[in-house]
Design a protein around this ligand. Structure first.
Ligand SMILES: Cc1cc2nc3c(=O)[nH]c(=O)nc-3n(C[C@H](O)[C@H](O)[C@H](O)COP(=O)(O)OP(=O)(O)OC[C@H]3O[C@@H](n4cnc5c(N)ncnc54)[C@H](O)[C@@H]3O)c2cc1C
Length: 322
């Protein structure tokens, strides 16, 4: 019998979720051990507990979160729960905003952990939501337009300083764009690696496609662009972290310049890589039964969402005084 692990606090339980072997789905299909990690067994019932704890520990290490500090989060999912659990153990105050679309049970649970939850009503004059929009890609994420027409907001719902909303939005865009860089590039790298595998397995005109000089030249060119885009993104991430956690907490114009450059370049490189990966797969690349057609459609958004490539360059030009 194994000795049970004793946790000093509930936070020690985060991430120690069971691995369950998948038996029936893989039998006779693949010769490999496949496991599912049951993240729902985290204290807050989701994988977000890990992220919340990591964010708090990073902020503590950087000195941004000190004893008695306050954590503010707009929450519609499970991050709030993870933050509330970690905050109650570490002695921080939490202020969360959410909407009345959130389940009462979730709001009650957040409050039970001591969080101050501001519930914004959606049934108000002037606010409406369009029907779900049909998109070319990213079908797993629902998208709709939110309309605010002469909406009056009571003072008690004010978060942050009055008149600073646009500034908060612009500051937040920098982290959103960096997340876009990282997710775009990781998808592009996966697509390249899988294309290499395809080139090894598929032969045409007497030898594997990967042995064709054109394939080799194109792959090296794209891996090089991927590495260049990654280095640019890491540079922008470092500048962002310095501003956010070491310096003033405000994102500087220089960092905005680097983030905008990275977002523009990554968007173009990701789209180029995915387009070529479709080409590498020939006719199969255009069929829905292969992963690459979907990845190509989804990757197209990186040149548009969070600010288009052109607008990123426009911002850089203005910062550089052109
Ligand atoms: C799937 C999806 C999800 C989205 N999610 C969100 C969201 O959660 N929140 C949110 O606020 N928005 C969201 N958006 C909106 C998105 O941020 C905008 O669509 C994007 O920033 C482009 O703005 P626009 O559509 O108004 O394009 P427009 O401004 O109409 O631009 C049209 C074209 O003109 C170019 N252009 C515009 N201005 C200039 C210029 N000064 N110089 C050169 N070229 C220029 C653009 O680059 C583009 O090619 C989402 C969009 C999509 C497709």
């Amino acid at each position: 019998m194994t000795t049970p692990k004793i946790c000093d606090t509930i936070l020690d339980a985060i991430g120690h979720t069971p691995l369950v072997r998948v038996n029936r789905l893989t039998a006779g299909v693949i010769d490999a051990d496949v496991f599912i990690k049951l993240e729902t067994f985290n204290p807050g019932n989701s994988i977000k507990d890990r992220m919340a704890l990591k964010m708090i520990e990073d902020a503590e290490r950087a000195g941004a979160l000190k004893p008695g500090g306050t954590i503010i989060e707009g929450t519609s999912g499970n991050t709030g729960m993870g933050l509330a659990i970690a905050a109650v153990v570490r002695g921080y105050k939490c202020i969360f905003t959410t909407t009345d679309k959130q389940s009462k049970e979730k709001i009650d649970a957040l409050r039970a952990f001591g969080a101050d939850v501001i519930v914004c009503p959606t049934d108000v004059d002037g606010f409406s939501v369009s029907k779900k929009l049909e998109k070319a890609g990213n079908w797993a994420s629902d998208t709709a337009e939110l309309f605010f027409e002469d909406v009056r907001v009571p003072k008690r719902y004010l978060v942050g300083q009055e008149g600073m909303g646009f500034m908060y939005l612009m500051q937040n865009f920098q982290s959103e764009r960096l997340v876009g860089c990282v997710s775009g590039l990781s998808g592009a790298k996966l697509a390249l690696d899988r294309s290499v595998q395809w080139g090894r397995e598929r032969s045409a005109f007497g030898k594997p496609l990967i042995k064709r000089e054109y394939w080799q030249q194109k792959l090296v060119e794209l891996y090089t662009k991927y590495e260049a885009a990654k280095a640019l993104s890491y540079n922008a991430c470092a500048a962002y972290n310095d501003d956010k956690y070491v310096n003033s907490g405000m994102i500087s114009m220089e960092t905005t310049r680097l983030v905008s450059m990275a977002k523009a370049y990554v968007g173009d490189v990701t789209a180029e890589i995915l387009d070529q990966c479709v080409q590498f797969h020939g006719g199969m690349g255009y069929l829905e039964e292969l992963w690459v057609a979907r990845a190509w459609r989804d990757a197209r958004l990186f040149r548009i969402g969070g600010g288009t490539t052109e607008v990123m360059r426009y911002a850089v030009a203005r910062i550089m005084g052109f």
